[in-house]
Design a protein around this ligand. Structure first.
Ligand code: FES
Length: 88
């Protein structure tokens, strides 16, 4: 196993396949990759995680074609497809 025994999984973010640590949240995986704008506000401003505990809903992304999923509460799963910066 790479990196001191920590297993890795493969997910697809905005069409790009990446490897992330198993057990990581979607929000943490995106943050680690430098992706901080997860959605767009109705006025077109980029929005990202604020509370990281499921309260603010600013981290909503589309996961496996399901919109409005809170990235901070969702564990990344091997093969998961994530779309960020939607207008939803
Ligand atoms: S960061 Fe607040 S709900 Fe996810």
């Amino acid at each position: 196993m790479p990196r001191g025994g920590q297993s890795r999984i493969s997910i697809v973010i905005n069409g790009d396949r990446v490897e992330v640590p198993a057990g990581i949240t979607v929000a943490a995986a995106l943050f680690n990759l430098g992706i901080t704008a997860l959605r767009m506000s109705v006025s077109g401003e980029p929005r990202g995680p604020v509370c990281a505990m499921g309260v603010c809903f600013e981290c909503r992304v589309t996961i496996d074609s399901r919109p409005h999923q809170r990235a901070c509460l969702t564990a990344a799963v091997d093969g998961m497809h994530i779309q960020t910066a939607s207008t939803s």
